[in-house]
Design a protein. Structure first.
Lengths: 498, 357
């Protein structure tokens, strides 16, 4: 009898079906890998299980009881623990205080039984083989220890089934090994795990069974021992038809961006030469360093070695230096990094340009409005008038405004960090068309994205990073989802090791 | 959405974007009623006294800077103390040189310096502005207190722990009598010169906030500093510069204080002015969270605050001790209407919408 049985689960957001009749079973005492590309429906499925989202249809049977629209509290009490990717520990408290957080042992009047909690934490660690001082401040712990702490906290609640959402992203190799040995021990004690990871070698090291989701559907499930990294990757990617292809080969100009031994936070020793008019995709899963590389190429993060030359001249320093060399960056996470929520569409659009034309103190509103109209036409921004609040626009239209923010500065090199995040399908296609049109005009574009179909659509070249290193580069004709996925999950090495 | 604009919707949008004007009108009406109840008739004289009160011209001038600081999401608690120290320096400069330009120059330079200290510590050393300016609030006032005793009475202009403009100087008459306490008579309505100076500063900063790239950057930093940074805005410089601008305006306010009042007492003058300035900014509809607000609001905010003061003083039943209680209550009430008003409206509209479906 399995610990978890989810049957026929479906879920739609705004008419967009993200889960279609999905079955998902977890046996007692197994580690079950849940796999799929970004947007395949993994998070939605797990959030339904945890009681965060309510399914449109389907049933959940957990630990012998069936639930209909359970609440988060109900599932927790039934023995489900969700260890999120981002750590949820309280840095200012001790290890033991974190273990007992919100479940503190108290005397009457609410005074804490500190000694007892320290002792119990010590005992818990001893049985798990975790070496950590219960009295230590959490702020002093390494990231891997915090990760362990969070798992210990889940175990302390007597969880029967634990969801581990990419638990190894922040860990080094030894730490991963340690974590895995603890998980195996717990498994032997009858605990069950759902393991979400993008790293294929880990799946083969740790998991007993797997389930692959693609586009909201269950594609395959089975024993890991019966599968290979190749079959699983193929299941994840599928035979995706490329929608109408707008890509055309172009002739490139002189090298405009040259990286030599370029290193920084999360990536090292990158050598790359990009020519005028080229569209280059950087790709890699979370923790690969692709986004950090891009931010460092714009001066938003400090570089720690090597050099970057823009149009033949070495650039050192911050964002301003790069902007004066006509480099622009559309950052990832629009809401946090791009939107000025209290300003209008026009003000948002001119934010970057104003910094380059500071010498002219006053704003020429007529000139700005004229340029706005021209860019609005070019980009197809759907806004009533330039004075409207930027927050009144849809995600895709906001993103176009931020494209305009950089086109206004006459950029030659445009860095796009995950530009289609939170943008609907129609606007995505428009953005692809725009990227190719700009490249046709001689702009050089570098795009960081996890979506491989997107890469195939727009880029002349695709550079794959894994754990901070460039591991592969493909020319346009050689880009295919399976190979890119093989390199970005490091399944290549897992395959070799097999 | 295709609603025609009629007077009502125009009024509604005016209320939404410029509620501080209505606030001021309501307060002015209340003031008029209290005057009438007291058996006097409300007239131009009363309006004129609001326009020339300390709370309008001195606090108002400094509140312009405070507004910029608050728009960037910071706060300046030191302006009352800065005013005292800066006015001390201004009066000394006048007493020693008897030169108008050197006096004004000293005021502006001193203000700029005091503001720059705040700005550098808050923006570049990244100490929370609340703490920085709490510290300098103590430092600046104590320097003024120490200075007034340390300086020769010949130079400070007074022997009673005060800085006072020396009436022996030949420029005294021009600064104090012609400018500081005199008014421009226009069509039967008189506007004090110091009020005109305040209004000039205000118009200048309304233009800066609306029509310059610097002004837009100030709002952008307060609204989303990270996005501003990634668009190339020098966030730290903007954060520092608003303190320096505030310092300059404290310098202007010091000139007004010196010319209008003629003296300053470090032990008691300018106490809680930072709080009055914050009140004026908030009454002017500028969001404490930063990024939002109209500089024009500072004018109406300062006028509203001055009027509230007059209302309370004009009610004989209120003793001086209890006046601050009423000032506090009125302030909270006004802000409550501004912030809770839309939320309550939203609730009702939402409920109606729900009922409709």
């Amino acid at each position: 009898m399995g610990i978890l049985k989810m049957e026929g689960v479906s879920k739609s957001f705004d008419g967009n079906q993200v889960l279609k009749n999905v079955d998902f079973f977890v046996e007692t005492g197994e580690i079950h890998a849940l796999l799929g590309e970004n947007g395949a429906g993994k998070s939605t499925l797990l959030n339904i299980l945890a009681g965060v989202l309510q399914p449109d249809a389907g049933s959940i049977t957990f630990a012998g009881k069936s639930y209909h629209n359970p609440s988060i509290k109900q599932m927790e009490r039934a023995g489900l623990a969700f260890v999120h990717q981002e750590l949820n520990v309280v840095n200012d408290l001790s290890v033991a205080e974190n273990i007992f957080f919100n479940r503190e042992l108290t005397y009457p009047l609410g005074l804490l039984r500190k000694k007892e909690m320290l002792q119990l934490t010590g005992e818990l660690f001893a049985t798990l083989g975790v070496e950590m001082d219960p009295a230590q401040k959490v702020a002093e712990l390494k990231t891997s220890q915090k990760q362990l702490l969070e798992i210990c906290r889940a175990l302390h609640t007597d969880a029967k089934l634990m969801i581990l959402d990419e638990p190894t992203t922040a860990l080094g190799n030894d730490e991963v090994e340690h974590l895995f040995s603890i998980l195996r021990k717990l498994k032997a004690d009858g605990k069950s795990f759902i393991f979400v990871s993008h790293k294929m070698p880990e799946v083969f090291q740790l998991a007993d069974r797997y389930t692959v989701l693609r586009n909201g559907e269950k594609i395959s499930t089975g024993r890991v021992a019966d599968a290979t990294p190749l079959t699983i990757t193929t299941d994840m990617v599928g035979e995706k038809y490329a929608a109408k292809d707008v890509y055309l080969p172009r002739v490139f100009g002189e090298p405009v961006l040259e990286l030599e031994g370029f290193s920084g936070q999360g990536f090292r020793d990158v050598n790359l030469i990009i020519r005028k008019g080229e569209v280059v995709a950087l790709t890699g899963l979370a923790g690969s360093g692709a986004s950090e590389l891009m931010q460092t190429m714009f001066g938003a993060l400090p570089s720690s070695g090597g050099s970057i030359r823009v149009s033949g001249e070495e650039v050192r320093g911050g964002i301003g230096k790069f902007m004066r060399r006509q480099v622009g960056m559309l950052p990832t996470n629009r809401k946090e990094n791009s939107v000025i929520p209290d300003q209008s569409v026009l003000e948002n659009e001119y934010l970057a340009e104003h910094n380059l034309s500071k010498a002219k103190l006053f704003i020429n509103r007529g000139w700005e409005t004229n340029r706005y109209q021209a860019l609005k036409e070019l980009l197809g921004i759907k806004a009533q008038n330039p004075g409207d609040a930027v927050t009144s626009l849809s995600g895709g239209n906001q993103q176009k405004v931020f494209f305009a923010r950089w086109l206004n500065t006459d950029v030659d090199i445009l860095l796009l960090d995950n530009p289609t995040q939170g943008v609907d399908v129609g606007a995505k296609e428009e953005i692809y068309g725009l990227i190719l049109a700009l490249a046709g005009q001689g702009k050089t574009i570098i795009i960081n994205t996890l979506e491989i179909p997107e890469i195939k659509k727009v880029s002349d070249r695709c550079v794959v990073l894994y754990a901070g290193d460039v591991v592969a580069a493909f020319d346009h004709d050689d880009i295919n989802e399976r190979d890119v996925m093989l390199y970005s999950t490091n399944a290549v090495n897992a395959e070799k090791g097999k | 959405m295709g609603k025609k604009s009629n007077p009502l919707t125009l009024l509604a949008s005016l209320w939404r974007d410029h509620s501080y004007i209505f606030v001021f009108i309501v307060i002015l009406i209340v003031y008029a009623i209290t005057i009438q109840v007291n058996g006097n008739s409300f007239g131009g004289g009363h309006v004129s006294s609001i326009l020339s009160s300390q709370n309008t011209v001195i606090v108002g001038t400094m509140a312009i800077g405070m507004a910029l600081v608050i728009i960037t999401g910071q706060i300046d608690l030191s302006i009352g103390s800065s005013l005292v120290l800066c006015t001390g320096v201004t009066i000394i400069a006048f007493n020693v040189t008897n030169n108008i330009f050197i006096t004004i120059g000293a005021a502006l330079l001193c203000g700029l310096l005091l503001g720059a200290v705040n700005g550098v510590l808050a923006a570049y050393a990244k100490i929370p502005p609340f703490i920085v300016t709490l510290g300098t609030m103590l430092i600046y006032r104590s320097l003024a207190l120490w200075g007034v005793r340390a300086v020769d009475p010949e130079i400070s202009g007074s022997s009673s722990s005060q800085f006072a403009m020396s009436s022996d100087n030949s420029m005294y008459d021009l600064m104090r009598m012609q400018f500081g306490t005199n008014s421009l008579k226009l069509a039967g309505f008189s506007i004090p010169f110091v009020t005109i100076l305040f209004l000039v500063c205000l118009v200048l900063f309304v233009v800066i906030a609306r029509n310059t790239k610097y002004g837009k950057a100030v709002y952008a930093v307060g609204s989303n500093a990270r996005a501003a940074h990634l668009s190339g805005v020098g966030v730290q410089w903007i954060q520092c510069s608003v303190f320096m601008v505030t310092g300059l305006l404290v310098g202007v306010a010091s000139v007004i204080q010196a010319c209008k009042v003629g003296n300053i007492t470090p032990a008691s003058s300018g106490r809680a002015y930072e709080m009055y300035a914050i009140a004026a900014v908030v009454l002017g509809g500028i969001a404490m969270s930063g990024g939002r607000g109209n500089m024009l609001g500072v004018l109406f905010g300062a006028l509203s605050y001055a009027a509230i003061d007059f209302i309370i003083v004009s009610i004989p039943a209120l003793s001086a001790d209890i006046q601050d209680t009423f000032q506090g209550l009125v302030l909270i009430l006004v802000i409550l209407v501004q912030t809770a008003g839309p939320a309550i409206k939203e609730k009702f509209v939402g409920r109606r919408r729900q009922a409709a479906t």
